[in-house]
Design a protein around this ligand. Structure first.
Ligand code: CA
Ligand code: CA
Length: 199
């Protein structure tokens, strides 16, 4: 018959044979193993915590990525290729319309292809296709048309006989006439507008 003893505050443990009275120290191996087990447990906890942290960060990053990929544009803006477009129904002069676009990190829309023009027209359609400012102007020099966003002016959709520069017309309104084409118009006329900015 054996009895296990632990001597208080010594950490020494022994087995006591009740028949023979022999004491056998047995604590050495166990005493050495216990701190090791504690260290392993701590390591496991730390590694688990790090893994949890990484999973949280990875999940958050992937969610941000998904949000960016799914919208690409601010709420209410419409994406076409690498740009976002916004129809602004409030009637303003061309310069105020440009300044309003600038306040949103955009410019009045430039147009570089018929498909782009169709996209912009689709934004004005729900409002009845009103005459609307886009970003073309020849105000700096008559007859040299520029886009306010600095991009190249290589595509145009002028109406027949336009631009006329009648009475110093230096800004482009779209949706003009039955063909909903472009016309040069006095820049102080108050019209809705379309803003555009890069994604
Ligand atoms: Ca002009
Ligand atoms: Ca004109």
């Amino acid at each position: 018959m054996w009895s296990v003893h632990e001597y208080i505050n010594t950490g020494v443990r022994a087995v006591h044979n009740l028949h023979t009275g022999r004491l056998k120290l047995l604590a050495d191996t166990e005493k050495r193993e216990r701190p090791s087990i504690k260290r392993d447990t701590m390591k496991l906890l730390v590694v688990s915590a790090l893994l949890c942290g990484l999973m949280v960060l990875t999940t958050a990053a992937s969610k941000r990525h998904l949000v960016k990929r799914s919208t690409g544009c601010p709420f209410g803006w419409t994406r076409n290729s690498d740009r976002c477009f916004l129809f602004v129904p409030t009637a303003m002069s061309w310069a105020r319309a440009e300044r309003n676009c600038l306040s949103m990190g955009a410019n009045l829309a430039s147009v570089h292809s018929s498909s782009e023009y169709k996209t912009i027209q689709s934004l004005t359609a729900p409002h009845g296709n009103p005459k609307t400012w886009i970003g073309g102007t020849d105000a700096p020099q008559e007859g040299i048309w520029l886009w306010s966003d600095g991009s190249s002016f290589h595509y145009s959709y002028w109406c027949p006989e336009e631009p006329t520069n009648g009475q110093n017309q230096h800004c482009i309104q779209m949706n003009y006439g039955d063909s909903k084409c472009w016309d040069d118009m006095g820049c102080d006329r108050h019209l809705p507008s379309v803003c555009a900015k890069k994604v």
